[in-house]
Write a protein that binds this ligand. Sequence first.
Ligand code: NAP
Ligand code: ZN
Length: 407
Amino acid sequence: MCEACGNSNHKKHETLPRREFLKEGGASVLAAGAMMGTSAAAKAAPSEGKMVIGKEPFETRAYAAKSATSGFSPITITRRALRPDDVLLDILYVGICHSDIHAVHSDWSAAHYPIVPGHEIVGRILAVGSKVTKFKVGDIGGVGCMVDSCGTCENCLDDREQNCLNGTTFTYDSPDKISGGYTFGGYSDRMVVNERFVIHIPSQVHLAAYAPLLCAGVTTFSPMRHWKLQKDQKIAIVGLGGLGHMALKLAHSMRADVTVFTTTEGKIADAKRLGASAAFLWTDKKAFERLTNHFDLMISTVPVSYPMQPFMNMLKLDATLVNVGALGELTGGLSGMSNGFGRKSLAGSMIGGIAETQEVIDYCAARHIEADIELIKPDEIDRAYERVMSKDVRYRFVIDFASGKSA
Ligand code: NAP
Ligand code: ZN
């Protein structure tokens, strides 16, 4: 029984050493005995060092919630053998998205425990399958919210894999069409992903601060592109958390005029520091009145349902409030008359496609935009969840899986 993680399949977790790469069968691969924990290697590789990683499924450390209330603890999970178009990612950093918390708590649907969340993943490519063309060993890759889609439906062909008509495979707790069971996400040491779903991350950027771009970044970038946010247009961001602060930075970089609505007094100054021309508390009824028919676009990142009509009232004629935050049932009432009179729309939006995710990374790299992060250790996830739920994150927790792995 492993003392560190309680798993009866192996004796002890080890900090995995830097290892040598081998070339075999046209694929860049890596010696398995060195890559896996000792017992995994021993089980899978009769003569350690000869076996090459990627040929067999392998075990890796992950942090899992075993129930909605268990908190996180280390477990050992199995990743699939590399297929010809797969890459093996040595995970360095993974962001904590509020969606991880919803999923662990079974807020949207019953989770399949143990659940390993994490869909803001940055890592180093350790091995590539024989048909991989996008990456080579040593490159930095990012994985966002998806790891597979059919690739042939009209939405996939239109670079909207998140809307795959045959069912997107999401990065965690999603039916795994390749290995069976449910996918395990990035709170883990290593993962295997089809290269189509891996994003190029420039190696010179602050890697930990780029992880949040893979979900929070693209989720807020995508509606700005779709609703064609223009320079000098007025945009409101509702909720200044992980998504909200990325929305603010991105809209400001597009030279839009940004206003933030927050429930947290202490974030008013932050909003202005990050580029907002104004920031108001939800309790500031005078501001709501003054800003009637004011905004060209609004993005709501609030994780719960709330009365949206007071915000809709601040939209101009024909403008749209894009709700990306509250994904359960929307309650709180909307006025058919007010929205009809102003021809106002309430819309939703779901992450972004792979091409758009690459676009937001390249966009941010060209403009030196990154997330504001607090780096934590894997054993601090429970505390981080509490702080996110109490709106006390400035502005994204990122779990450090890089420490202990040499560069
Ligand atoms: P977060 O970091 O917790 O930020 C949410 C912010 O909303 C909080 O910081 C807080 O900002 C405000 N807020 C929180 N609870 C509130 C409440 N009860 N009433 C009013 N305001 C509240 O969360 P996140 O990671 O940005 O994610 C936000 C939501 O987006 C989550 O529900 C997540 O599941 C969802 N999401 C959706 C997509 C998509 O594709 N559509 C992608 C990723 C995430 P203030 O302190 O400024 O009020
Ligand atoms: Zn997310």
